[in-house]
Design a protein around this ligand. Structure first.
Ligand code: NAD
Length: 499
């Protein structure tokens, strides 16, 4: 059985720990490999390699760092199909969907290719007589990324291109459920000319995470995953004196007003709910039907849910693959059962779906629940599966109230033909990323990605300008070059003012 090693200092390394974890093919339900689970000693090895590499990488020119990013971008393009297949085989999503996440991740590399412009400091001439001020930003040192299973390429790509291009070195702890994409990216970086030790991967679970959070050699931690772990990571790493950005879970609502084009809205909500089997932090998990939109909307949503083709991620024509693990499949199917018990109408029941030739795969079909209320588990919990809950409300203001009372605030969307309603919605809603007739409003890489409330712990979104700020520290320099032989102002003992 294949062992997936760490990637440290430009090479695959099995490390000192003897613990491993099985990695499954979710479409067949079979174990296909196992991944090493790193210990504190393995984290030490990676941090040492990254610290040594920081000495020269942080001194390398901006042009050189950007050149590596240009080469890395091209390699991501050239290897998109292969990386897409690696992701699909361990995660279960379709190869096409995996290529989509690589594209969105590559856009962060493209942002990093233009870092010269973003990193420009500012300069103020003659702030006092003979005195000028300028500022610039410097890298932090070794930084860590801890990432979830659902985007094994894209979420780490939100972090490492910005961290590395700004002169830091990086230790990634990817999800142990789909670990291979991280090592493949390590190889691409090496081919792109990135010096050994600048990008490292330590696989593992809680032990490896805890070793990173307390490691004195690590300056900053970027985390994306579920809210309880985001809170734990934020508390632990800030207590150890590190900068932390920690993105958590989500419950994303799409509001449909009666004036919306229902066919258009339902098509986009269906794709947003069931794409990637609902295992996206920006998945639409609640459709909020306003007023008289409800009956007609549910009718179209039902038709579209029944049209979704479920199958293995590498089969042509598949819309939606399996869930990532058997446990996830069981959890989602139990949640549909609980919703029915609690009074929701199960309009489409995805439970018990069998895919021909893949009877042991972790499949469940799309489920559509109607008449869901805010008290039900199906509304309160992040199900992270292909389940769309319809909540009916009377007005747009009630919809806004519902969403604002929800503990999560990652993404939301409004389907309407009214500019006034769209403006009111975007101003009043307590959510970080908003779509107007756009169901999954993932910001472009030159903006920053992050939610509100329990979807983002702390204050730092990822990538774009916020990413640059997070991975660098500012310096402000006040300069005077006295002209020889010219009378200068005498040094004063009062606090300096400019005049
Ligand atoms: P998870 O929280 O279980 O795992 C995330 C990372 O934390 C993994 O690397 C894992 O190994 C590690 N981890 C897990 N348990 C730990 C523990 N007890 N102590 C220390 N480390 C631990 O999340 P997941 O199931 O891999 O991913 C799905 C979750 O991620 C969902 O909640 C989803 O909404 C969220 N997510 C959020 C965003 C966002 O941008 N807000 C993006 C993607 C995923």
């Amino acid at each position: 059985m294949k062992t997936i090693p760490h990637w440290i200092n430009g090479s695959p390394i099995e490390g000192s720990s003897t613990h491993t974890q099985p990695v499954f093919n979710p479409a067949t339900g079979e174990q296909q490999s196992h991944v090493v689970l790193g210990s504190a000693a393995d984290v030490d090895t990676a941090v040492e390699a990254a610290s040594a590499a920081f000495e020269s990488w942080s001194e390398s020119s901006l042009s050189r760092r950007v050149q590596v990013m240009f080469a890395f971008r091209q390699l991501l393009l050239d290897n998109e199909e292969e990386l897409g297949r690696i992701i699909s085989a361990e995660h279960g999503k379709t190869v096409e969907d995996a290529r989509g996440e690589i594209t969105r991740g590559r856009e962060v590399v493209e942002f990093a290719c233009g870092l010269g412009d973003v990193l420009k400091g500012s300069y103020s001439d003659q702030v006092s007589r003979g005195v000028d001020v300028h500022n610039f930003r410097q890298p932090l040192g070794v930084v860590a990324g801890i990432t979830p299973f659902n985007f094994p390429a894209m979420v780490p790509l939100w972090m490492h291109p910005v961290a590395i291009a700004t002169g830091n070195t990086f230790v990634l702890k990817p999800s142990e459920r789909d670990p291979s994409a991280a090592n493949f990216v390590g190889e691409l970086y090496r081919k792109a000319g990135l010096p050994d030790g600048v990008f490292n991967v330590v696989h593992g679970g809680k032990d490896a995470v805890d070793a990173l959070l307390g490691h004195p050699g690590i300056e900053a931690v970027s985390f994306v995953g579920s809210t309880p772990i985001a809170k734990y990571v934020h508390q632990t790493a800030t207590a150890a004196g590190k900068r932390v950005q920690a993105l958590g879970g989500a419950k994303n609502h799409a509001v449909v007003l009666p004036d919306a084009d229902l066919e258009f809205a339902a098509g986009h909500i269906t794709a947003g709910a069931y794409g990637s089997a609902g295992e996206r932090c920006m998945a639409v998990s609640v459709a909020v039907a306003v007023g008289e939109a409800a009956d007609a909307l549910v009718e179209v949503l039902e038709r579209k849910a029944r049209e979704v083709t479920v199958g293995p991620g590498d089969a042509p024509g598949t819309d939606m693959g399996p869930l990532v693990t058997k446990a996830a499949q069981e959890r989602v199917e139990n949640a549909v059962g609980t919703a029915a018990t609690q009074g929701a109408t199960v309009v489409v029941d995805g439970r018990g779906l069998k895919v021909d030739g893949h009877e042991n795969g972790f499949f469940t079909g799309p489920s559509l629940l109607d008449h869901v209320t805010a008290e039900m588990d199906a509304y309160q919990q992040e199900l992270f599966g292909p389940v769309l809950a319809v909540v009916r409300v009377g007005t747009l203001d009630e919809a806004i109230e519902l969403i604002n009372a929800n503990p999560y605030g990652n993404g939301t969307a409004l389907f309407t033909a009214s500019g006034e309603a769209a403006r009111r919605f975007q101003r009043k809603i307590k959510v970080g990323m908003i779509g107007v007739n756009v169901p999954v409003p993932v910001p472009m890489s030159y903006y920053s990605f992050g939610g509100w409330k329990d979807s983002l712990i702390g204050d730092s979104p990822v990538h774009g300008p916020e990413g640059v700020r997070f991975y660098t520290r500012p310096k402000v320099v006040t300069t005077r070059w006295p002209r020889p032989a010219v009378q200068q102002a005498a040094a004063g003992f009062s606090f300096p003012t400019s005049s």
